[in-house]
Ligand binder design. Sequence first.
Ligand SMILES: [Zn+2]
Ligand SMILES: [Zn+2]
Length: 100
Amino acid sequence: MGTVEEFACKDCGQVFEAEVGGGFLFFLFRCPSCGATHVMRKGRTDAEKGIDFKALICDPVEDPPLCPQCNIEMKTGIPPLCPQCRSGSLRYQKTVLSYD
Ligand SMILES: [Zn+2]
Ligand SMILES: [Zn+2]
């Protein structure tokens, strides 16, 4: 399950919402440079045809998306960044919503 959480930046005080985590059905990629996010569904074709657990647990790094702004590979499992100063030093405030 993915969530949207509210953070406050410890460096500049900016309060913002960021998507965190991935779900059973998707991966959440994040640009390590600008913090932009991209959601990719797992095992898109096979999983939708029927049950294919191999597709559901496939490794996403084979074909990582590129950040449209920075043109570098986005990664899974990296924490959100402050959209204002790019700091990773954040204080968790609250969960805004959860989704699958
Ligand atoms: Zn900041
Ligand atoms: Zn970027």
